[in-house]
Design a protein around this ligand. Structure first.
Ligand SMILES: [Zn+2]
Length: 267
């Protein structure tokens, strides 16, 4: 009996040694292969993961799903889905990714509603609705404000995400520039657009703001993409990446400041 136990212990110890050796060699291979991509060189996957999850910690982001209630926004040509419904779905997916990177997120609406009371469809009510969205961001002390929208155009060949900023706002321009670049690099659109100045009520507050047109509902192929949760998550990842870059630029970290000129666009 004793001998059997002894043999068992020896076998078990040998097995454990094999396991440790296997684990160590796997780790060594991973380190040599540079798991985690070139930007994580020198850090273990665990460290990279740790940094990643905190990349946006301390940043307060206001997300505004465009339209709502009586104001449906644009309507998809093939599926018939309203912009207001899709902006909400996308915003909630973006919120999830931003939270996973450590950001604090405030969302201006979580339901299909107009944020101004009443039952009219007047310009005055729309203006109140827009002001309420800005006020929510101001009350939350948001560092950035992003209004999520979807584009449409009479020519169905137009496509690609497009980010806008308020003319004259330097931070908004920088923000829109990095978001545009991040969306191009993550979503790989056929048409690569450049961030543009616009004149939008929600972008005029003191908060650095951008209006993100995620794609064209009038383009058949892009509409299909825009309807999938996987693409919503990708939009979230691109926005998280853009905000990480924006934060670095604002903080003026090292050589990366030099990229600011390239990243921000000339209207
Ligand atoms: Zn819109």
């Amino acid at each position: 009996m004793k001998q059997t136990i002894h043999n068992f212990v020896i076998k078990r110890t040998a097995r454990m040694r094999m396991c440790v050796l296997l684990l160590l060699s796997t780790l060594a291979i991973c380190m040599l292969a540079g798991v985690g991509g070139t930007s994580d060189a020198g850090t273990s996957p665990a460290e990279a993961q740790g940094d990643w999850s905190k990349a946006l910690s301390g940043l307060i982001v206001a997300l505004d799903p465009g339209h709502g209630g009586y104001d449906g926004g644009a309507r998809a040509k093939d599926s018939g889905i309203w912009e207001k419904d899709l902006t909400l779905q996308i915003t909630l997916a973006v919120e999830k990714v931003l939270i996973s990177r450590g950001a604090t997120v405030v969302v201006t609406r979580r339901e299909d509603v107009c944020l101004a009371e009443g039952d009219t469809t007047t310009k005055a009510r729309k203006r109140k609705d827009l002001q309420r969205r800005v006020d929510i961001a101001l009350e939350a002390n948001a560092d950035v404000f992003l209004s999520i929208h979807l584009n449409e155009y009479r020519s169905r060949s137009e496509s690609g995400p497009h980010v806008f900023y308020q003319q004259g706002g330097d931070d908004g321009r920088l923000l829109a520039g990095v978001l545009q670049e991040a969306m191009i690099s993550e979503l790989r659109p056929i048409k690569e657009r450049v961030a543009m100045a616009g004149n939008y009520y929600v972008l005029r507050s003191k908060i650095p703001s951008a209006l993100v047109e995620c794609g064209f509902l009038s383009n058949a192929a892009e509409e299909k993409l825009l309807l999938t949760p996987a693409y919503h998550e990708k939009i979230g990842i691109s926005i998280a990446n853009g905000l990480t870059e924006y934060r670095k630029l604002i903080a003026g970290i090292g050589g990366e400041l030099g990229e600011a000129g390239e990243l921000s666009q000339t209207p």
